[in-house]
Write a protein that binds this ligand. Sequence first.
Ligand code: BGC
Length: 392
Amino acid sequence: MGLSCRPAAHTRRGIGRQILLVAALSLGAAGGAAAAVHQTRAPAKSSWGRTGDGSVEIYALTNVHGVEARIMTYGATLVSLQAPDRSGHFKNIVLGFDALEPYLGAKAYYGATVGRYANRIAKARFTLDGKTYQLAANDGPNSLHGGTRGFDKRIWQAEPLPVSQGNGVRLTYVSPAGEEGYPGEVTAHAVYRLDDNDNLEIEYGASTTAPTPVNLANHAYFNLTGDPSVPVLDHLLTIDADRFTPVDATLIPTGELRAVAGTPFDFRSAHAVGARIGAADEQLRLGHGYDHNWVLNKAAAGITLAAVVTDPKSGRSLEVRTTQPGVQFYTGNFMNGKPAAEEGSVFAYRTGLCLETQHFPDSPNQPSFPSTILRPGQVYSEKTILAVRVVK
Ligand code: BGC
């Protein structure tokens, strides 16, 4: 793999310096040290290159423990997330590149915000209020992740959060009416916020000028070993879901909510990702592995634990909490390690796994699924927290 295919570069020295600076500032402050520490930390912004649409910036959010998330304005993309192992060694746990250019050719939505509709819409069309809308079919007969040029391929406008709202960045994209065939002008926001308890919060908001489906999700591929050449099959996974949505041959849900009990889809207790992935199971065959939506149990209203993924060797662990009703667990079955120029994914087969918190696939065509239709005057609001943890 060439230089540009390595995980986003990072120096521990840089973080050390920043923490020292924060400590020095907080000592000099008149108020409580904790409050001062909080107030002095702010996102570091740098320029990250250009596309035909303009310049792209990258923001680095760092906390007191040295956890660092970097977000670029192209696709409101999570470029890297530095997390410690049980000996305190930090590594980047999301697949990504150390420059903008490889993202422009990459086909796998690495770390991006996907929209206007994350996941698939069957036959690339839907009917809303009696009118049928035709979208681009960019995944066989279906529309995937917003179409030919979804939210992941747009430059978002960014501003750091006011310090009173935490250490974060707010990104905005205005999607014109008719873009990719969708009705209504949608104003979408993505807010990334990192706190000192090692929680990276991703908040999505949207409003519209006409009724439209909206489903926004982050498409990070996690590899908690920190080595993007190592497959994720030994990662241990728990998903708090009693049911999943089985799919047809084009990965569109059949409409059934099927019990996971007694199937390789039962992750209610921790299982290695690879333990049953090769089982003789019709759904695993159709998905080429795991590429399905789990129906989260949502025992309480608001934000609940959706999934926990752990690399038992390093101890790096991630808890995923969300307000969303579903999570698409995808094991990188279409990753092939080929260069982007050959329509490749660059990273190799199953070297990353996605836990895309979102509404169920194809909801605009599935009346029994929770609705994804946003109407003028309504506010779309969803939150996911990626909690960086270490297990013994
Ligand atoms: C989908 C996969 C698809 C991938 C594209 C995932 O969200 O579930 O089927 O290949 O995105 O990178």
